[in-house]
Design a protein around this ligand. Sequence first.
Ligand code: GAR
Length: 201
Amino acid sequence: MLVLISGRGSNMQAMVEAGLPVTAVISNRADAAGLAYAAGRGIATAVVAHGGYATREAFDAALAQAIDGFHPDLVALAGFMRILTSGFVQRYEGRLLNIHPSLLPAFTGLDTHARALAAGVKLHGCTVHFVTAALDHGPIVIQAAVPVFAHDDETRLAARVLAQEHRIYPQAARWFLDGKLVIENGVVRIEGDHPQQLYAP
Ligand code: GAR
C-alpha cells in the first residue's frame, strides 16, 4: 500500500506501526515531516510538489505517474491536503481511502474541530471513507466518536480525535488489504462480524 501525506504524517506512522505493508510514501510538500520518518523506516519516499504544475490536472497526472511506479494495491490519503480531480479519483476508484477529522457527513472541508465547537455538537470524531469525486464524501468504512466537553478548545479536541484516527485508519486499511470491504449501493459492508464504529469516552 502507498500513503499520500502533506505534513506530519502521524496517520501514516500509525499504519506503519500497526504492521501494515506501507511500501511508499508520497508528499506534495518537500518539507513534510512524515517523509523523514518513512525514510528512516526504509520506506521509499517521493515528492511531487504541487507548486511546479500550472493546473490541478497537470499535478494529478504527475502524481498518478509517481503512484503507478509503485503499483500499489491501496492508496491511502493521510492528511493529504489537496483537492483531487475527478479523473484522478476515477483512476483509483475502489482502492482510494481517506481519513477525515469529523463524523461525516457533518463538517466536510477544513477547520472541522473549530466548526464542531462552534456548532456545539456533543459528539465529534473521525471517518475513514472511500474517495469519490465529491469532496469528503464516499462510502464510509469506519467511524470513531469522541465526546466534546464543555471546556474543550480546538487543540484538546483535535488531540482526542487524532488518537482515534490512529486506531481506525490502520483497521480500515487492514480490512481493505484482507479483501473484507464490500461496497453495496454506496454502503460499505465488512465480510465477517466486525463493528464499524467505536466510541472512545
Ligand atoms: C489528520 O487529522 C487528518 O484527519 C486530517 O489532517 C490531519 C493529518 O495529520 N485530514 C484532513 O483534514 C483532510 N481533509 P497527520 O499528517 O498527522 O496524519
